[in-house]
Design a protein around this ligand. Structure first.
Ligand SMILES: *[C@@H]1O[C@H](CO)[C@@H](O)[C@H](O)[C@H]1NC(C)=O
Length: 335
């Protein structure tokens, strides 16, 4: 085991707390995907003059598909044309029409830019081809970002440094190299992305283990996905079963993915560590397994939510009572 400096240790501890705090406060919506669109969960449109409200999500989706000037629709049944700004909003799924052309060796993120730990670590250019060539030629370049329609100027740069996160940017395409996962830290569904962080297990604690997968990142990702007891995996091939003992930050070349405490259920917002102790539930069926609880609620149009105690609500639950280990799922509009 590598020794970490006390600075890294302190940062690691702070990050652990930060992650825990975010998880408690955070509600995460699992937005079902739509072909040809990139989904931005828990976001809504900011101030825009081009918003139309249709009768349903299905109506908005079909109107947007058949209108080339439509940029986006959401599960509230809204469509927008022209420039789109987004702000945070629990339970709203924004579908942005794909704008990026595919490039081999890269994954394209629509309406996305790259934020860097050190903003200056870039090679800028005045058009797409030059920054793409620069990134291809430099094995330390994790990716590049370009303005798609640059009629009025634009932003073109190849990254040379540490990526802090990806961020929404209307009209911008970000391309991340597929073979540099430890440096690009691509987003993963159902996980919190800890950029440039490695993880260690809880030594000697019962029911916990920390292991290296021989197949590296891909095998670690797969083995974490299929094991409900897995709490995290890293691109260095490590898998954590049970608690994560320590996160070490500033480990350039390793990304760690912390599994969401509540497994994502498509069409629902998950509230981790919260329950609703006031709204009356309609019934409880303790014999159901979790997957069947989800299916039962999904297929019943009157079901507005459920929790891990197998309670079902016909009026929207409002999970505001702290209960460690609980997951409460609230149906998002339109699904
Ligand atoms: C971006 O949009 C394209 C369609 O233009 C789509 O194929 C691709 O999957 C989208 N990217 C993401 C990350 O969703």
């Amino acid at each position: 085991m590598a020794l970490v400096s006390s600075r890294a240790l302190t940062l690691g501890a702070v990050l652990l707390l930060a992650a825990a705090a975010t998880c408690n406060a955070a509600a995460k919506t699992a937005c079902p995907s739509r072909t040809g669109y990139q989904v931005f969960p828990d976001m809504r449109y900011g101030t825009t003059s081009s918003l139309s409200t249709l009768s349903s999500m299905a109506a908005a989706e079909s109107a947007c598909r058949s209108d080339s000037s439509c940029a986006s629709f959401n599960n509230l049944g809204e469509t927008v044309h022209g420039n789109v700004a987004l702000t945070a909003a629990v339970g709203v799924c924004v579908y942005m029409k794909g704008i990026c052309s595919a490039k081999s060796g890269y994954t394209a993120y629509n309406h996305t830019t790259i934020l860097l730990v050190h903003p200056g670590e870039i090679t800028s250019g005045s058009h797409s081809a030059s920054v793409e060539t620069a990134c291809n030629a430099n094995e330390n370049c994790p990716g590049f970002s370009v303005t798609v329609s640059a009629s009025s100027g634009g932003t073109f740069f190849a990254t040379l440094g540490k990526i802090k996160s990806l961020s929404f940017a209307f009209g911008q395409c970000t391309y991340l190299k597929d073979n540099l996962q430890g440096y690009t830290c691509p987003p993963k569904y159902g996980y919190t992305n800890m950029y440039h962080t490695s993880a260690e297990g809880v030594e000697g604690a019962e029911g916990s283990a920390s292991g290296d997968m021989s197949g590296g990142a891909a095998e670690a990702e797969m083995s974490c996905k299929v094991n409900p007891k897995c709490t995290a995996w890293s691109t260095d091939g490590k898998v954590q079963i049970g608690g994560v003992g320590k996160l070490s930050t500033e480990e350039y070349g390793t990304c760690t993915y912390l599994k969401d405490a509540c497994p994502p259920m498509a069409g629902f917002t998950a509230y981790a560590d919260y329950t609703d102790s006031t709204t009356a539930y309609s019934f409880q069926d303790k014999t159901l397994c979790v997957a069947d609880t989800y299916k039962q609620c999904l297929k019943d149009a009157t079901c507005q939510g459920f929790d891990l105690m197998r309670k079902f609500w016909t009026s929207k639950p409002s999970p505001t009572t702290y209960l460690l280990g609980m997951c409460t799922y609230v149906r998002a509009s339109g699904y």
